[in-house]
Design a protein around this ligand. Structure first.
Ligand SMILES: Cc1ncc(COP(=O)(O)O)c(C=O)c1O
Length: 388
């Protein structure tokens, strides 16, 4: 019998694409990496590191919810985006991933499930599994351009479902939640008495200003318990600083009970460092600089991608509204893996759609963050390889 838990028994064998990548790297041949989404490696602006050297950076006055000064800075940041929230309803964590772990512990018994979108970044299944929780997918319909169709969410609910998770805008699909969809989603959650977990890490990265998009669900009078998640890893492009936040909203009795339990969980490990909390006002002040640079990078690279597509090509760029990625629809034959392998042979790395649980067709996912010259060189190879 194994000495280890089944929930940590993750597959570690390399798939053919990962094996081919290892071989390519070992060969020393040039690789144009269109999977690069680490914001600290693509020449984007960072704040002056001196912002971390605040007075009091070495003091230790733990508050499980996070330092009041840091939570007040977040209240001002929400207000600047038109959302009125209270610092008493905010909980800091080291990352949104950690916050997910707390929320799954808060809401689920082992064996329960949470609803997650498909396609989506493959994070939630692993985080849930580590808490003994399962994920059940609800489809983001292709006909909807992979935007949310709140009516289909209810079809995925079963008697062990404990929460609905929404990513606004989707990663990698880049569609925002719209006001009408939120209204339907709120009805679905309220009728099944399910909390909503809304992941807004990519919300600052809308590509244009179309009206009717939900910028945040925080601070709204929603009928269900609502958790809104974001953090520095995307909003300021600094995942290494380890600071994220969860806003808790919804009916007051449920909200206060959830906050008391989250406070207790946070108190068990007090995971957020003092220097980053003290520096939060300065880091949030830098956010607009970083976000504008990302929007400019993404806009330019998306144009380069669209320009590389020759008329009549059998591949297409799937429409989207925001985020850091592009999704390409490609012919079913030879399919995702064979296409990724052919591109790797030609020196370009992209991700296959199956990595993100795309169904009903063949897709590639690429990051729009790489430096423009690398991106331009890569899409030239991409267009040549995909043909015609
Ligand atoms: C949609 C989404 N949410 C959350 C995360 C994780 O963010 P964090 O670094 O705060 O754990 C990611 C990571 O890429 C993500 O794509």
């Amino acid at each position: 019998m194994s000495r280890f838990s089944t929930r940590t028994d993750f597959t570690r064998t390399l798939n053919p694409l990962a094996q081919a990548l290892e071989r390519h790297r070992a060969s020393g041949l040039r690789l144009l990496d269109l999977t690069e989404s680490n914001p600290t490696r693509v020449g984007l602006p960072t704040p002056d590191p001196a912002v971390l050297a605040t007075e009091g950076a070495f003091t230790y006055e733990p508050d499980p919810l996070g330092l009041a000064s840091a939570r007040q800075a977040l209240v001002a940041d929400f207000a600047a985006r038109g959302a009125r929230v209270s610092e008493a309803h905010l909980v800091l964590s080291a990352s949104t991933s950690e916050a997910y772990g707390w929320l799954f512990k808060l809401l689920c018994e082992p064996g329960d499930n949470v609803l997650v979108p498909a396609p989506c970044y493959p994070l939630f299944e692993h985080l849930a599994r580590l808490e003994g929780v399962q994920t059940r997918s609800y489809p983001l319909p292709r006909a909807h351009g992979f935007g949310l169709d709140a009516r289909v969410v209810g079809d995925a609910v079963n008697d062990r479902t404990r929460a609905v998770l929404v990513v606004n805008p989707g990663n990698p699909t880049g569609h925002f939640l719209h006001e009408g969809e939120l209204a339907v989603l709120a009805d679905v959650c309220a009728s099944w008495r399910l909390p909503l977990i809304c992941d807004e890490v990519f919300a600052p990265f809308a590509w244009d200003a179309e009206p009717g998009r939900v910028a945040t669900v925080a601070g709204r009078p929603l009928p269900m318990l609502t958790f809104t998640l974001s953090g520095l890893s995307k909003s300021v492009g600094l995942p290494g600083l380890k600071l994220a936040w969860t806003h808790v909203g919804g009916p007051a009795d449920l909200r206060d009970e959830a906050l008391a339990r989250l406070e207790w969980m946070a108190d068990a490990s007090l995971p957020v460092g003092t220097p980053v909390q003290k520096a939060l006002p300065a880091l949030l002040a830098h956010a607009p600089v970083f976000q504008a640079a990302v929007r400019e990078r993404v806009r330019g690279n998306r144009q380069r991608l669209l320009a590389a597509r020759r008329p009549g090509a059998l591949w297409d760029v799937v429409p989207a509204e925001g985020g850091w990625s592009a999704v390409l629809r490609i012919p079913r034959a030879p399919g995702e893996e064979a296409t990724c392998l052919a591109l790797l042979d030609a020196g370009v790395l992209v991700q296959p759609g199956y990595f993100y649980d795309f169904g009903g067709g063949a897709f590639l996912v690429l990051s729009l963050l790489p430096q423009p010259e690398d991106f331009a060189a890569a899409v030239e190879v991409l267009a040549r390889t995909l043909g015609p």
